[in-house]
Design a protein around this ligand. Structure first.
Ligand SMILES: C[S@@+](CC[C@H](N)C(=O)[O-])C[C@H]1O[C@@H](n2cnc3c(N)ncnc32)[C@H](O)[C@@H]1O
Ligand code: SF4
Length: 453
């Protein structure tokens, strides 16, 4: 195993999209082309599957120094109302592009910290969104709550608005690690929010854990998972810490590179964590994600209906996802588009009736085929090119890249099918990289991705 880790621990994408953001062809992108693909996707899917909405709420009261998300640290809650007005305005700009009301199948509030906003303001935001939409049957609404500031009122208000899923950022329970990442968060807080969610009626409560954090040791993983077992969340993200200090405005600091566990230690932490989680009844449904068998994510995995997009793994498979808010990414299946990251610029553009996109990518025929293979691998750990629509010109090149992985026992291939083996699961990002034709054609010039292990 150690040899494999040394061999395959390279920089690599996490494949929440294909093409990955650094490979978007920005020169071929235009607002006009984006709107056309968006409208086409809407017509094809609104009546059938409904649409997904992602709303980015970027504020946090305090900076966690491990965090790779787009956020603004502030204690000034006056920012809430103007931001909500801009999101509603942006939503109106989108709705005006469509002939009929969007049917919302999936809605996710992410951040930043959605629970930075008061329950009343979140209600104002959501009622404003719903005013211009219909809610699809079997809808799935979810949000990210911070255990230190989620109140019972937040949970009740959002539940009454149709939210049945919540995930809480836990990361690690050790004091030493919590201090290093500047996120002191007592177990009591996590226990309270988890129990309140259950009492109110949430059907899926998730916790986010991370391994590979500064000063984190295998003993900390053991303590964290044993505390997690006490609360038994329905699903768990067990993320590999992504160290990306070169990204502007992220603020990963407050610890030294030497404080981070090395790749081999990190892999041991993952293997150990996975063993403990399996003993506790969790099933690994995809990269970094575990669920109890009673959770809808597990059921989607079993029925091969798992989907992956910028929100991570989801159980609904919608074709169109509209991202609202600063830095959000939209996905029409045929194209991606990202909003400006600066909150001021975002608000300024929206107030001037401009959809605040600043970059994107229109997928080529080849991208669309590769995208399906990468989704199959990430969601089902297998792919096949038996169906002629899944064949592509450079398949032989991809198979060449996969030869060594087959010799190393990470995958099995036969005539027109590939399966990732149990031993290959930790290397699924590497398997996807073999299919990533854009990466083969041009290696990144500087560090843009975290390490695969
Ligand atoms: C937007 S944040 C969480 C929501 C909320 N602000 C909180 O902190 O509880 C979503 C999750 O992303 C994960 N995350 C953030 N930065 C990460 C990094 N550098 N590596 C791995 N996971 C990360 C954390 O587990 C975090 O809980
Ligand atoms: S982990 Fe959550 S609270 Fe901490 S900085 Fe990131 S988004 Fe904000």
């Amino acid at each position: 195993m150690l040899n494999l880790i040394r061999k395959y621990n390279v920089q690599g994408p996490r494949y929440t999209s294909y093409p990955t953001v650094p490979y978007w062809d920005i020169s071929a992108f235009s607002g006009k082309a984006w709107k056309e693909t968006l409208q086409k996707s809407f017509v094809e899917s609104n009546d059938k599957d409904g649409v997904s909405l992602y709303i980015h709420l970027p504020f946090c009261e305090s900076m966690c120094t491990f965090c790779g998300c787009h956020k603004r640290i502030t204690k000034r809650h006056e920012v809430e109302i103007p931001y909500i007005s801009s999101v509603l305005k942006e939503w109106a700009l989108y709705c005006d592009l469509f002939e009929e009301k969007p049917r919302i199948k999936e809605l996710h509030l992410g951040g930043g910290t959605p629970t930075f906003f008061s329950p009343q303001h979140l209600e104002m935001l959501l009622k404003g969104i719903f005013r211009r939409a219909e809610i699809a049957e079997g809808h799935e609404f979810s949000f990210e709550g911070h255990p230190n500031n989620t109140t019972r009122e937040h949970l009740q208000t959002l539940y009454d608005l149709g939210f049945k899923r919540v995930s809480f950022g836990v990361q690690d329970y050790s004091d030493k690690v919590q201090r290093a990442i500047h996120r002191v968060q007592p177990f009591e807080n996590v226990k309270n929010v988890t129990e309140w969610s259950r009492e109110i009626g949430y059907t899926s409560v998730g916790h986010d854990l991370i391994f590979g954090l500064p000063h984190q040791k295998i003993e900390d993983i053991e303590v964290t998972i044993s505390k997690t077992r006490e609360l038994l969340p329905d699903r768990l993200a067990f993320y590999s810490y992504a160290h990306v200090p070169w990204l502007k405005g992220i603020g990963q600091r407050g610890f030294k590179d030497e404080d981070l566990p090395g790749a081999e230690e990190k892999r041991r932490q993952y293997e150990f964590g996975k063993k403990l989680l399996t003993e506790a009844g969790y099933f690994e449904i995809g990269m970094d994600h575990f669920a109890l068998k009673s959770d809808s994510l597990y059921k989607s995995f079993e029925t091969q209906n798992l989907h992956r997009n910028f929100m991570g793994y989801t159980s609904s498979r919608t074709q169109l996802m509209i991202g609202l808010g600063a830095s959000s990414i939209s996905d029409s299946w045929y194209s991606f588009a990202q909003n400006v990251k600066s909150i001021e610029e975002y608000q300024h553009l929206v107030e001037n009736d401009i959809i605040p996109i600043y970059r994107g990518h229109i997928l080529t025929e080849e991208d669309l085929v590769i995208r399906r293979h990468i989704l199959n691998l990430m969601c089902r750990l297998e792919t096949s090119w038996e169906d002629p629509s899944l064949k592509f010109d450079e398949l032989d090149l991809v198979l060449d890249h996969l030869k060594e992985m087959e010799i190393d026992g990470l995958i099995d291939t036969n005539y027109n099918q590939l399966n990732v083996t149990e031993a290959g699961r930790p290397f699924v990002r590497n398997v996807c990289m073999a299919f990533d034709l854009l990466l083969h054609r041009k290696a990144p010039e500087k560090r843009v991705f975290s390490m695969t292990i």
